[in-house]
Each structure stands twice: as structure tokens, then as C-alpha cells.
Design a protein around this ligand. Sequence first.
Ligand SMILES: Nc1nc2c(ncn2[C@@H]2O[C@H](COP(=O)(O)OP(=O)(O)OP(=O)(O)O)[C@@H](O)[C@H]2O)c(=O)[nH]1
Ligand SMILES: [Zn+2]
Length: 365
Amino acid sequence: MSQISSHHAQPYPLVDYGWDEACEHAFSTHRAAGLIPARIVRAERSSCEAVTDTGIVRATIPGAADHGDPLSAPCTGDWAALRPASSGPMPVLHAILERRTALVRSSSSRTSLGQVLAANVDTVVVTVSLAAPLKHGRTERMLALAWESGAQPVVVLTKADACTDLLSAEEQVSGVAAGVDVLVTSAVTGQGLDTLTTVLKGTIVLLGPSGAGKSTLGNRLLGEDRLATGAVREVDGKGRHTTSWRELLPLPGGGVLLDTPGLRAIGLHDAQSGLEQTFAEIEDLAQACRFTDCAHVSEPGCAVLAAVEAGEISQRRLDSYHRLLRENAYSASRTDSRLRADREAAKKNITRHLRATYRFRERGQ
Ligand SMILES: Nc1nc2c(ncn2[C@@H]2O[C@H](COP(=O)(O)OP(=O)(O)OP(=O)(O)O)[C@@H](O)[C@H]2O)c(=O)[nH]1
Ligand SMILES: [Zn+2]
């Protein structure tokens, strides 16, 4: 999913980017101190791009080198308090408001610290193509990520026009997505798009494998072709145009589409509770296992294995559960233990409704 053009209309009222009463309330002390509200569009190490009521600005991130923990670094979607540029050339990032939700991925780096890819996402759209064989394990992984973030997942089945057995596909996917709306859509016929628009709330992200139809769907939601789809990229041959990437795109009917490059290859990171929610029926059954630490592999008196035996849970589902737990444990074990300990409190806040406000040390204060 990438973007080809960025013809944004001036000015940029922050409400189009999701500013609401709750933000205003959280910002009141900053407002009184003369700070400017902004939403971070993208963040690098020592500066970030942010949208304010008067336009997009670049702001410096003071003390950026001091951040031991990448989870506390500013990221796309964060609400920020900027100190206006008085003496220096650029405004300064003073604080990040408490995050409501955060999509965290395990980074591919050596130390494998988690990285926040998107903050304050309200709805995670898990896209599943109906034009390809269904891969439930992938859907389950994305659902675990979504639940873990604190956002509400929605499954969107794309390319309904290319599917011969819609009912069966819908039933199968609903079977692995308990507690989640499953919508059938087609960008070709327009099926399901109105319903989708009414379901989407606040800041949304589109997750899904390459080719699932995320860009095409995003363009339909935006009402214009701003995201480069597979077809365009083939012609252009050079991949995405990173220079014109806009991570935050207001939707005409309200809401904001958050689209960052990193969401593409997102892996599980400390998503234990997200996995528990995704596989809620297995977690429920586990209560009845003879051993409290039952791994549901070969233990006697295992209620989960009994349910598989009885055909109540598919072997595929249990295998997927085990695989994703392993993936999650692997990512967690690669996280440096000292940093893990250091951030216990902060992590709880970030992934579970988030009480942390990060302040940045400004030079000369
Ligand atoms: N038949 C049909 N094809 C679709 C539909 N939506 C998207 N496509 C096609 O599927 C292909 C992939 O769509 P994209 O929107 O580029 O997929 P993507 O998920 O953004 O892919 P990445 O950018 O690689 O992550 C394109 O050739 C689209 O034209 C649909 O509703 N029906
Ligand atoms: Zn068991």
C-alpha cells in the first residue's frame, strides 16, 4: 500500500485528523501553557512532521538520543504538544499525550525491542482476499495484533466479485473471528462499501498481506486514488514513492486513514492478551484441563485436546494457536531483559489503555 499524490487542501483543521473533546480535555494544561496541539504524521529520530491547525510543521524532538525504550518514542498517530518556535527555527515537541491504543511490532533488529507503528488507532481493518485461498492463521495473527493494540478489529473480505462460494468463505472466516464484524466487500461492484463506511470509527488502519486489496479499498474510502495499487506499481516498476507518502489521510465521511510503511510486515510482539482474546474458546476450555499449566499437546485430562477429538475445535485452529504462541514467545525472548524490566509499567500503559504522557527534555530548561 503506497501513495502516489498528496494534493492536500489548505488549511488543515485538526478535527479532520481526529481531534475531539477527549483530546481537548487532555490538552487543557498544555493549552494554558501556550503549547500547540498537533498530530504526528511521521517521526524520525530527532525530528518529526506533525499536522497542526495551521498546517504541517516539522518539529525537533529534544533529548531524542536519551530514549532507552523505543516504545516511548513519538510515532505516527500520537497527539503532541508543541512549543512554538520563538527563538529557534523549529517548534519543539514538548510532550506526547497519553495513548489510547498502540500497534506494536517486534522489530527485526538485533535487540528486537518492540516498536510502536501507530498510536491512537480506533479501528483495525483486517483484510482478507476472497480471490485467494483463505489462510486462517494469518487472519488470526492479525486479529491478535489488533486486540492487543486496544483497537476494535473488523474483518473485511475483499474481492467478493471474484469469489464463487461467498457464504462458505464468510462462514469460515467468522468461525475464526469471534466477536468481530465480518463484512463482505468488492471494490469492483461496490458491494459492502456503504456498510463498511458506517462501521469504521475514528482513526483506522488497513492490515493484510500484499495484494489483499488494501490500497484499492483505501482509495474507495478516500474517494480518490491516493494510494498506489498493485496495478499502478507494475507500470511504475520502482515500488512506492516514499517522498509523497502521507501517513494520515482524512476520510471524506469523517475518520482518518493511517497508513505507514511499517504496517506491512508487522509481527507479534508481547501479544499474549491479544492471542487470548483471539483464541478465547481455547482459553475457556483450558480452565477445565487437569493441569493448570497444561500446554494442550499430549497431557492427560486436557480439555482442549478432548474438544479437538470431539470435533468442536479444528486441529488447524489448535495448531495455529500453538504456532502464534511460539512466535510471540520468540519475540518476547529476544527483547533485552533489562529493557523489558525497565518498561514493565510503561508497556502496561501503552498496550492496555495507556496512562503515560511522555515529556521531552528541552535544552536550556
Ligand atoms: N476483482 C477484484 N480485484 C481487486 C479488488 N480490489 C483490489 N483488486 C485488485 O487486487 C490487486 C491488489 O490490490 P491492492 O489494492 O494493490 O492490494 P494491497 O493490499 O494494497 O497490496 P500491497 O500494496 O502490496 O500491500 C490489484 O490488482 C487490484 O486491482 C476487488 O474488489 N475485486
Ligand atoms: Zn490442556
